[in-house]
Design a protein around this ligand. Sequence first.
Ligand code: PLP
Length: 440
Amino acid sequence: MKRKSINEMTREELAAEYSELLAEYNKVKAERLSLDMSRGKPCREQLDLSDGILTVLRSGDDCFDSLGTDERNYGIISGVPEARTLIAKLCGVEAENVFLGGNASLELMYGAVARAMLFGVYPGSTPWCKLEKVKFLCPAPGYDRHFRICETFGIEMINIEIGENGPDMDTVEKLVAEDESIKGIWCVPKYSNPTGTVYSDETVRRFAALKPAAKDFRIFWDNAYMVHDLYDDAPALLNIFDLTKGTENEDIVYMFMSTSKITHAGSGISAFITSGANMKHALSYLGTQIISYDKVNQLRHAKFFGDSDGILAHMKKHAAILRPRFEEVTEAFEKELGGRDIAAWTKPMGGYFISLDMLAGSAKRVYSLCLDAGVKLTEAGATYPYGKDPKDANLRIAPSYPPLSELRRAAQVLCLCAKLSAVEKMLADSGISDTAVSNV
Ligand code: PLP
């Protein structure tokens, strides 16, 4: 049976549904739940998949790399050769274009922005901190920590809409071509956080062929979820380096990735991948900052996986754990919210998040209704620059961490709050001021 859209309901029907939902909400509140769908963290079973990494090196004798270098010692700033090769193969680039860092790609991204600020993007270019204004394009909803880096350095952020093929490229092309103060764009090209978008071939081609006014413009290509497919028929992402190689845009891409959501989130390895010229410039500063990152951990990763196929096989085990969690949430949305014009949500083929769009002006309300009912979500607004969602509509749902039974309950409560907020809004918009509404 077709369900009635909230827009087709009479005031009486809305008021009746409102009382029912309110009674149910009060019952849930009395349960004093404590559930959390805010954290994009792997769950315990996922972390356990990589425990072999803790024992793959058993003694000092195991700590020599394929060239006979003792990786317990100082040196080799760019990283352990076989670990660089492992990541290079996975990313479809040469090992010389891969710099391995510590456990967090976020630190490498922060470092790239900090270097650009202090020293410029290539030899002789003006450090961004000496410019009157530096701006970044920010496809949104997006990853809050990217936005926080910009905010920390006083970089002005410009929202760019993101659709099912990626960012709105007409706007991106136009803005970068006409404004020299635009120096970068944040991209999560595969399974964007939080929308799950995979950039289409055309989008990647248009990125590779961008014509920015600023010569020191860089695409911050954060490929955090490059191998995080939930299904075997996962969409493929074009290799942007294949498209920029040998062109005038050879230096336009800074790519980042890590094994945070492949092995152990707190102790993986990260990579900065870029052209030879960019790498040389970065290394001239990185060498002052550090003698080498944790190469024993890099070697552990290389030995644990063997080769890039080892990583792909390992990711299938993650998918088997994560897939039911994602489906639990999207099925609950379909069952409870489908066909009612209350909300729209993504059904990602991979990554870590589901993006839920409520009626405009409702996300904060749903967030706080959930919080009061014992369900923690990522704060409303967090997916937009400056924490300000212009429509107050978007919520980020992270299904990976809670056990399936908790996730089920949390999704039910979220749906209840979404319905309550929507009916409440319809009643308020139609001029009915029900005291019960403001009492929730
Ligand atoms: N990039 C994106 C898009 C993410 O969603 C996350 C974590 O949620 C990160 C980077 C963090 O990566 P790392 O652990 O390598 O710093």
